[in-house]
Design a protein around this ligand. Structure first.
Ligand code: ADP
Ligand code: MG
Length: 387
């Protein structure tokens, strides 16, 4: 049996004096291409990775929910009320999932749960979605009811909004649920249609590198970008009511508005429209087996973030520049919201040691900050592990 499964089962047994009825596992995810496109109803490519969260779960004879995480002590936390928790904030993720399912009429009851995860927290791999989805899958199995996977993703997202207070997009939960080993997941954020496309290599290493930089204004900068994108879309919808978001704008149409649209809104739109194009081109390149050209799209995406969307920073640019000079690296770009945070690089597994050594050394030499590198492979989406 998988070590993580036996570990989480043992933790459950130690804490609750019996074996769990269900064990689930949900992976972390990484945004590969399609930056800030989700709220513009555009396209994204993402991976589920081989780091995840395991949840061991059993019914309770009491009216309380008891939660234990190997990250946060040895004894379970007893929750008396289904309201957002100030103490032990991590419990908001499982509690939120429970509350949202209950409020949507699903037959959930109080439960005991032990969690183990190896997704680094806050590193850009979405440990929070992995935790929510693992919990959601465990509860549907424990209490024997069905939820459409896309609906479950939305319930988990809602849990994060209302209980953890983080206004995350749906990408994280969708990727954790629908990701597939050695495939990239394509999501259309207008229709929520999704499909997986096989990767041309079984030797692809995913490196997520944290910059150690987090800007205090991330939230306001993010909202500002959303407003700028909406402003650009409104410019077009005034003369064409069929335009709802930047998703409806082709590169040619955008180009024809240069000069008429204010420069900031134009560049923001250029990024979004360009990202949508790159995602569609990227799918074609992967189908043709061309990882080298695919990697170049990652660099173009970063360049567009730097120049057009202005959601990069000197540290992320440095990480991407260093990665670009390392043999065996296909491409590199900032991943997620930006303004600090992490980069994604795609490389061959053989290049992993050289990658880590060069990134760490050169990054610190240039910026004085410290980078952490997490390697992963592309893995399957969430599932019930036991029974
Ligand atoms: P990210 O999702 O990018 O990793 P977030 O800040 O959204 O970062 O979520 C991290 C939070 O999720 C942690 O602070 C913790 O509350 C919760 N979390 C993630 N994994 C676990 C785990 N294995 N056990 C308990 N809490 C976890
Ligand atoms: Mg998160």
């Amino acid at each position: 049996m998988d070590e993580s499964v036996s570990f989480v089962k043992q933790n459950f047994l130690n804490a609750f004096g019996e074996s769990p009825s269900v064990v689930s596992r949900a992976p972390g995810r990484v945004e590969v291409l399609g930056n800030h496109t989700d709220y513009n109803e555009g396209y994204v490519l993402s991976f589920a990775v081989d780091k995840g969260v395991w949840a061991a779960c059993g019914g309770s004879t009491t009216e309380q929910i008891k939660l234990l995480s190997s990250h946060y002590g040895d004894s379970p936390i007893t929750l008396h009320e289904t309201v957002p928790q100030k103490e032990n904030p991590w419990t908001n993720y499982p509690l939120g999932v429970y509350a949202v399912l209950r409020d949507n009429g699903f037959p959930v009851r109080p439960f005991n749960m032990a969690v183990y995860g190896n997704v680094p927290l806050g590193a850009g791999l979405s440990s929070s979605a992995a935790l929510e989805v693992a919990c959601g899958i465990a509860l549907t199995t424990l209490f024997d009811f069905q939820v459409e996977p896309a609906e479950l993703a939305k319930h988990c997202q809602r849990a994060e909004h209302t209980f953890a207070g983080t206004h995350c997009g749906l990408l994280d939960q969708f990727s954790s649920i629908f990701g597939k080993k050695d495939h990239v997941l394509f999501i259309d954020f207008r229709s929520l249609d999704h499909q997986t496309i096989p990767l041309p290599s079984h030797n692809l290493c995913v490196a997520v590198t944290t910059s150690g930089i987090s800007h205090s204004l991330v939230e306001s900068a993010y909202n500002e970008r959303r407003e700028e994108c909406a402003r650009a879309a409104t410019f077009f919808s005034r003369s064409d009511p069929s335009v709802r978001t930047l998703r409806d704008i082709s590169p040619e149409r955008l180009m024809s508005a240069k000069g008429a649209l204010d420069d900031t809104a134009y560049r923001r739109a250029l990024h979004i429209v360009g990202e949508n194009e790159r995602v569609l081109n990227g799918i074609q390149l992967l189908r043709q087996g061309d990882l080298v050209q695919f990697g170049k799209l990652l660099h173009q995406s970063h360049e567009s973030s730097r120049v057009n969307f202005e959601n990069s920073c000197p540290e992320l640019d440095t990480l991407v520049d260093i990665a670009g000079m390392i043999e065996g690296v296909y491409g590199s770009r900032l991943t997620g919201g930006g303004f600090g945070g992490a980069t994604l690089s795609l490389l061959d597994w053989e290049s992993r040691e050289e990658f880590e050594a060069k990134i760490r050394e050169k990054y610190t030499a240039k910026t004085g900050a410290e980078a952490n590198v997490y390697f992963a492979s592309v893995d399957d989406g969430a599932r019930v592990v036991e029974p």
